[in-house]
Design a protein around this ligand. Structure first.
Ligand code: NAD
Length: 355
């Protein structure tokens, strides 16, 4: 595309990519972050507006007036960082807001992250579990497969179901959106339905909507019998822009057998399990192991980076023509993700606080 690319030295080293590999592909590697920020027209990074606030503020202050920023922004939360972007007449794309349409799949960073998280979550559960996942017929008798229950069958959940099946577990799954039943069953898992009013569950863009506490309470009650027969529970339930719903209550934890494992893959958005300690693995008094890992994709950094870079590269091809920024305002991908254009807010979701 004729764009020159500058990368901070060692930016890829923890993901298995050396500086030399980037140089070989034509990028310039520069040690100083400040020098880079003062040079570039477009900044592409994973958490452009959603890293810790002070780091983000410093980076934004170093960027040139009118810079373009692309990355995850946590656009649902009012934040000081957006006020700086406005003041500096920046243009910002929040990749959380990529629409759930077929055409946008190749720029969907959240789906890439969720795929990696679903896969890794199962491996974490298998290594914490005191049971083997596959059935084994041995001279010492037959070992029955571990029973895995996946809550939330979106991108991460479906990947977790597929992975748990691959390593031989007996898998059941539940999602608030009944239309995923077919997808769950096509992976060879059992879809669990509950007797709940589900007309209103679908929110914007194919995501689930936030429900009231009474609905979540009814869900928890109905899940009790599944918990009593599960060895592993993997939770992935999320609602965009909201704290994850608490679906695994104290009662449900009490229904699990000692030695059972809960891997809470919604930890990044607050967690689905009442007793989860975000970022930690703990064992309850009843001997249930609860793990709530944060930023799981970074554990599989080589492939997570590869997928992210492909998504970002595809995104850039949407917005650059003849080496210059060229925005097709009728394009749904641009319409959804462009939160600030040349210093002006474009989405009501963001209410900037005073800088
Ligand atoms: P997500 O990460 O926001 O949520 C994960 C899952 O949790 C969702 O399936 C949601 O329905 C479920 N959930 C929320 N509250 C729940 C509750 N109380 N109980 C049980 N489950 C609950 O969503 P996601 O995984 O990013 O994707 C959601 C949907 O969008 C999926 O159907 C996915 O296939 C679709 N999608 C489409 C595209 C595309 O067409 N470009 C891309 C990605 C995802």
């Amino acid at each position: 595309m004729g764009i020159s690319v500058i990368l901070q030295a060692k930016a890829g080293s923890d993901a298995g990519y050396s500086d030399a590999m980037y140089v070989e592909k034509g990028a310039k590697v520069v040690p100083s972050r400040k020098v880079i920020l003062r040079t570039v027209n477009i900044l592409v990074s994973i958490r452009s507006g959603a890293a810790d606030i002070e780091t983000t503020k410093r980076a934004l202050n170093d960027l040139k007036l009118g810079s373009v920023i692309i990355g995850l922004m946590n656009p649902y939360k009012p934040a000081d960082v957006f006020a700086i972007m406005v003041r500096k007449k920046m243009t910002a794309f929040a990749l959380e807001l990529v629409p759930r349409i077929s055409r946008a799949q190749d720029v969907d960073v959240l789906s890439s992250i969720a795929s990696v998280v679903g896969y890794k979550g199962v491996l974490m559960a298998a290594s914490l579990s005191k049971k083997m996942f596959p059935m084994m017929i041995t001279a010492a008798g037959t070992v029955s497969p571990a029973k895995v229950f996946v809550i939330g069958a979106g991108v991460a959940g479906l990947q977790a179901i597929a992975m748990a099946k691959r390593i031989g577990a007996s898998v059941s799954a539940y999602d608030i959106r009944p239309e995923v039943k077919e997808q769950v069953e096509s992976l060879g898992a059992r879809f669990i339905s509950f007797d709940l009013e589900v007309d209103q569950v679908k929110g914007e863009g194919g995501y689930a909507r936030k429900m009231d506490e009474d609905f979540y309470r009814k869900q928890r009650v109905q899940m009790e019998h599944i918990f009593s027969e599960s060895d592993v529970v993997i939770t992935t339930a999320a609602v965009p822009g909201k704290k994850a719903p608490i679906l695994v209550s104290k009662n449900l934890l009490a229904a699990l057998k000692p030695g059972s494992v809960v891997v809470d893959l919604s930890a990044d958005s607050g967690g689905n399990c009442v007793d989860a300690v975000l970022g930690k693995t703990i064992t309850t008094k009843n001997g249930v192991i609860i793990s709530a890992p944060l930023n799981v994709a970074s554990d599989i950094a080589t492939h997570a980076s590869q997928m992210l870079s492909k998504n970002l590269c595809n995104f850039i091809t949407h917005i650059i023509k003849n080496k210059h920024l060229s925005l097709d305002m009728d394009d749904e991908v641009i319409q959804n993700t462009l939160i600030i254009h040349q210093g002006a807010f474009r989405r009501n979701a963001i209410i900037p606080k005073k800088d």
